[in-house]
Design a protein around this ligand. Structure first.
Ligand code: ATP
Ligand code: MG
Length: 663
């Protein structure tokens, strides 16, 4: 193999393209360096220029290891390096921790007992394997017992890996309600590990652990890699977790140089095992480290910077890093928009985006950010209604989430008893109903219901006279209690004698499904929020059918939006927006209990509240030119509607920094 020892880099005028602090960091000769500075101060820019600089100094690209947090950030960073240096992105070792671990393990996994060409399990694979193990170990042990589903068992394990604890410790601290299953879990985890090895497969967490294990256990390989990577650079260092920090520490252990950049005020992943002390204690860990600070912000206009500085000052224990603006004012103050309710808020956002786009701002320069995924429900519906293309950078579209689909399936069946897919989805929530049983049950159901559909307009009223017949349908004995409960639920939702609003339908189905949802999905609490929001979004919509049509339409928009991706507005949780920037940012659902999140308020742990403040700071600092802060005074209009005072964050900011917009 041939390497460019002196790649053709367009020589840069580093001193002109960087400020003195950035320049000093880029050209440092210190072996260990930390750049710690506030948002938008050019930390990522510094790291990219540092790579260009190293290449110009003759460091071969394959000796540089560049690590960052999200795939999107990694891609963007490698592109920026490409533009700066003309070095092919593949020549460097750059990417997320997981992608780098994969690349290394491709070469070394045999030393850990894997055969060449291991496969990576995606979450579907993991779930399938876990499901079979639950069946094997728990099986028919206790009828109707709600043993945790595979997904939940997997997420417990994942939390353990990412915090460097044993699963038993995590069971004790975070999943105490599963303690009675400890022995079965033990057997399942043991089998899970063995089975993966047998299948020559690694899941996502294995990539991290196996790389760590390799570095810890194999001195020869550790040394080989230490010699290989002469320069290690890490972005977003404040969000590294323990195994990641250990990997870096081992790789940089011998003679390599290490540059970490980050901002402790943007540490927002502690719930996933990230530990801010890794950045705060960097200088202790690497005693010779040179520390650089940048005090200028290049991203935002002064008005946005002022509000951001005021926001982070709410954390009294945060290291103060007040930034000075580099940009001129555009004479637009951040707007605060109290909306009467969630739908009017969404309508405002869609209308304003429409105006901005008509005024020449492309959709890709606009983002709608929120604290929790479910906050985007109404905005998704409203954007679709206005034919504004959008993309969701993280997670599924609201209505594509499994638990939302579960509940919507009941609404669909109610509106159209001939909806076989909805029916099958529903009965597969019963324990031990597979394809075959579902097929038999559908045959009984359709024999009863379908003939009538041909004669009358579809209506749930059809079902009631037939529940007696249906109750006798040929369902396996084990399933019968669930079948009966399901039939009586459908009867109770029957619209003829009860005038249930769609929001009440959702609530009833939710209550019915709760035990299933709780046992099936991880973080039920968050999913519960989604279902409450679903009820609020259907609200008192007169017509269930038109609501369901809109839901179906949303998936349609998904596909038509993809070719014009460039012009799509971004919808993202704040967590997924880190490191990124947009000309215009909308931050929605800024109500007390929504953001800061109810759980941080009620939990009473001050460190949770501090993380909420940091998250707020991350959100505000994504904006370059315009910032809109909105909240619904009422979330929901009928059932379960919530009165929302404005977020304490809004109330704590000096009012002269913002402009109040009355709708
Ligand atoms: P975050 O904390 O959000 O990750 P950051 O500190 O990594 O932010 P960058 O994304 O590197 O900041 O920079 C923010 C913006 O400011 C970018 O558009 C970048 O190009 C610009 N910028 C940074 N430094 C300079 C500079 N010296 N001159 C001109 N523009 C700059
Ligand atoms: Mg950055």
């Amino acid at each position: 193999m041939k390497y460019h020892l002196r790649p053709q880099t367009a020589a840069h005028d580093y001193a002109a393209e960087l400020n003195p602090e950035q320049y000093a960091a880029v050209t440092t000769t210190a072996r260990h360096a930390l750049v710690i500075a506030g948002a938008g101060s050019g930390k990522t820019r510094t790291l990219t220029y540092r790579v260009a600089w190293l290449l110009e100094q003759g460091v071969p690209p394959w000796r540089i290891l560049l690590l960052t947090f999200t795939n999107k950030a990694a891609r963007e960073m490698l592109e920026r390096v490409g533009q700066l240096t003309h070095v092919a992105p593949g020549a460097l070792w750059g990417g997320t921790f997981h992608s780098i671990a994969n690349r290394l393990l491709r070469r070394y996994a045999e030393h850990l007992g894997y055969r060449p060409g291991f496969t990576i399990f995606d979450s579907d694979d993991q779930r399938a394997l876990m499901r079979s193990l639950v069946k094997k170990h728990h099986g028919k042990a206790a009828k109707n017992d709600r043993f945790p589903k595979g997904e939940l068992i997997l997420s417990l394990h994942s939390l353990a890996v990412n915090t460097g604890r044993s699963w038993q410790e995590v069971l004790e601290s975070d999943y105490r309600h599963l303690a009675r299953y400890e022995d079965t879990l033990e057997a399942i985890y043991r089998d899970y590990t063995a089975r993966k090895l047998e299948l020559n497969a690694m899941d996502f967490d294995d990539l991290l652990c196996n790389l760590l294990r390799l570095l810890q256990e194999r001195a020869d390989i550790r040394q080989e890699l230490q010699e290989r990577f002469s320069h290690i650079l890490v972005d977003e260092y404040q969000d590294t977790n323990l195994p990641q920090e250990q990997i870096i520490s081992l790789l940089a252990g011998a003679g390599s140089s290490l540059m970490a950049v980050g901002d402790d005020a943007q540490s927002i992943y502690s719930w996933r095992g990230a530990d801010v002390k890794h950045i705060l204690e960097f200088a202790q860990h690497y005693p010779q480290a040179e520390v650089f600070r940048i005090t200028t912000n290049y991203r935002s206009v002064p008005a946005i910077l002022n509000i951001s500085n005021a926001a982070i000052a709410l954390n009294t224990c945060q290291i103060s890093k007040e930034l000075q603006p580099a940009r001129e004012s555009n004479r637009i103050l951040p707007a605060v928009i109290p909306a009467p309710d969630n739908r009017i808020e969404a309508r405002f956002v869609a209308q304003r985006i429409d105006e901005l786009m008509a005024g020449g701002i492309p959709g890709r320069e606009i983002a709608v950010l929120y604290r929790a995924h479910y906050h985007s429900t109404d905005v998704q519906m409203e954007l679709a209604r206005n034919h504004i293309p959008y993309r969701i950078t993280s997670g599924l579209r609201f209505f594509e989430q499994a638990h939302v689909k579960d509940v919507v399936a009941f609404l669909r069946l109610l509106s159209n008893p001939g909806d076989e897919l909805a029916f099958r989805r529903i009965v597969s929530t019963f324990p031990r109903v597979g394809e075959a049983t579902a097929g038999k049950m559908w045959a009984s159901w359709s024999a009863c219901v379908l003939p009538h559909l041909q004669q009358h307009a579809p209506s749930a009223q059809l079902m009631q006279p037939h529940s007696e017949v249906l109750a006798k349908a040929a369902v396996p004995a084990a399933v019968r209690p669930h079948w009966t409960a399901f039939l009586s639920l459908m009867d109770s939702l029957h619209p003829a004698d009860k005038n249930l609003l769609p929001s009440e339908l959702v609530a009833t189905v939710h209550a019915y499904l709760e035990p299933y949802l709780r046992a099936t999905y991880e973080n039920y609490d968050e999913r519960e929020d989604d279902l409450h929001q679903l009820a609020r979004t259907v609200g008192d919509e007169e017509n269930l059918d038109s609501f369901l049509a809109q839901v179906a339409l949303l998936s349609e928009v998904d596909h038509s939006a993809s070719p014009a991706d460039e012009d799509s507005v971004t919808l993202s949780t704040i967590h997924q927006a880190k490191g990124l920037e947009w000309k215009v940012v909308f931050l929605i659902f800024l109500g007390e209990g929504l953001f800061p999140h109810r759980r941080a308020l009620e939990g009473g742990d001050p460190s949770d509240m501090e993380e909420e403040v940091r998250l707020f700071y991350v959100a505000l600092t994504r904006a370059q030119d315009q910032l809109y802060l909105s909240f619904p005074r009422y979330n929901g209009r009928s059932y379960d509607s919530q009165f929302c005072p404005p977020s304490r964050f809004l109330r704590a900011l000096p009012s002269e920094l913002m402009e109040l917009w009355e709708l």
